[in-house]
Ligand binder design. Structure first.
Ligand code: ADP
Length: 164
């Protein structure tokens, strides 16, 4: 039997990307033939980094030799429309807690109802269960040590951005 080619998209704000996101990406890429990390250009969310910066920051972390099939781009508007345009088979999302489950459940049901697209979830590794971009931004603003939670390149960018 021929194996089905599966293209997944991993949409999110990634403001900034964390080790938690990277954990989902590293585990997700083993399940799919193609994984597109899709940075949302949200007009409502107050963001620290521009979509272009976020795409660049993620691109720098992708080792194409070790991560074949993984790419990153930004999108505007409705995520399911973007997913359809990309001919994505599934949406990948990460789960950290029961609070995430409640929100993600609703989102996944809505996306399936409006666009017929399935969502696949990857549970966080224990050490990243409390890591969120919001918390990272807050800790960075207060000058805390983030070395276990985000890559060095992201720490540098945060430091630089918050100096301004
Ligand atoms: P969004 O604004 O779309 O929630 P985020 O960048 O906050 O964007 O998150 C993107 C996805 O990554 C979401 O599915 C979120 O649950 C997941 N995620 C975020 N942090 C972690 C983590 N530490 N472990 C696992 N999944 C995570």
């Amino acid at each position: 039997m021929n194996k089905k080619y599966v293209r997944a998209i991993f949409p999110g704000s990634f403001d900034p990307i964390t080790n938690g996101h990277l954990d989902v990406i590293n585990r997700g890429m083993k399940l799919f033939d193609e994984l597109i990390i899709a940075v949302g250009r949200s007009p409502v969310k107050n963001q620290l980094f521009t979509p272009e910066e976020r795409v660049e920051m993620i691109s720098e972390l992708i080792d194409h030799k070790k991560m074949p099939g993984v790419s990153v781009e930004s999108f505007e508007g409705l995520m399911v429309e973007y997913a359809a345009g990309k001919k994505a088979d599934v949406i990948l999302r990460g789960l950290r807690s029961l609070t995430d489950v409640q929100y993600e459940f609703q989102l996944a049901m809505t996306n399936r109802a409006v666009a017929g697209i399935e969502t696949i979830f990857i549970m966080t590794s224990e050490q990243y269960g409390f890591t969120s971009s919001t918390l990272i931004r807050e800790i960075a603003t207060l000058g805390g040590d983030l070395s276990n939670l985000i890559p060095k390149s992201i720490q540098k960018r945060l430091k630089h951005r918050l100096k301004k």
